[in-house]
Write a protein that binds this ligand. Sequence first.
Ligand code: 5AD
Ligand code: FES
Length: 351
Amino acid sequence: NRKNLLDQLAHTHTLAFEDFIDLLAHQDEELQAYAAGLAVKTTQCYYGNKVFSRGLIEFTNICQNNCYYCGIRASNENVQRYRLSDEQILQCAATGYELGFRTFVLQGGEDPYYTDDRICHLVQQLKYKHPDCAITLSIGEKSPESYKRYRQAGAERYLLRHETATPAHYHKLHPPSMSAENRYGCLRTLKALGFQTGAGFMVGSPWQTSEDLARDLIFLHELQPEMVGIGPFIPAAGTPFAQQPAGTLDQTLFLLSLIRLLLPEVLLPATTALGTIDPRGREKGILAGANVVMPNLSPRNVRAKYQLYDNKICTGEEAAECIVCLTKRMKSVGRELAVDRGDNVRYMKMK
Ligand code: 5AD
Ligand code: FES
């Protein structure tokens, strides 16, 4: 009967709120395997055996915000803060380009040093040097005017996880200076400006219920993002949530499958957090319906400083090593690591 719900989701790409709750509250091994089977079939139908790679450049760990879960929150005094110079960022991208990357994700804390002028200048330089590459920004909540300027500068994608679609839950994860409404508004603005937009949330964040997760799925259905980033919550030292339990591998895998069925064409990464809670987490993510991996291109000497959560993987490896490693890992689950831009297929049809 719950398998029927999954079949229905696979065909209609939506379910009633109550049905999502029912699935989420009764996850077991059999249901999870069934969802994964449908999800992989759906992924292969759109993307074949390809897994896309995006080169992640973590260019600043300075952040003005104080999200209770995040290791680089402003009040965490145990973090050594850094900013990469434009030259360093361009060097990361050049190295990444040599390695075959055609998408660069610039991710950072909400660092006031990076004014709109600086961000736009950076995007323009990257676009000038690598006109065949897609630039993704992941730099938090900004005004509609700022987002518009980034778009005009040439950025075509933006990642901003909504974190939770339940406002009351949002306010348990963030200080009063932040608001759920502003966050959701940012995502609507990004979509309206024509960004390929990524939303997402943590699985197993403190106080999260099946109802909250069901609302996350309904939210995704309404927003229709091109990308969705999810990963397990992992406690981070020096944060108010340092003693909270981590999210589980299996719940994250089940949600990856549900999201694949909900948004069949979505670009869905098997995240670093998933690889952190299980040594084969990313491979398992692919086998649950994910189709993107995001290896790190940041210089090795800053990697350990970008710790959103404890025990993050790949803090000692060079970009090239991660590529070799990921290529093997993807091969081990019958997939091929693709180095091209990997646009959402819906977007490709439009061009
Ligand atoms: N565990 C897992 N994910 C985290 N993020 C931030 N802190 C943590 C943590 N402790 C996620 C958030 C954010 C993204 C960049 O990383 O969802 O949007
Ligand atoms: Fe970085 Fe495996 S992907 S070491």
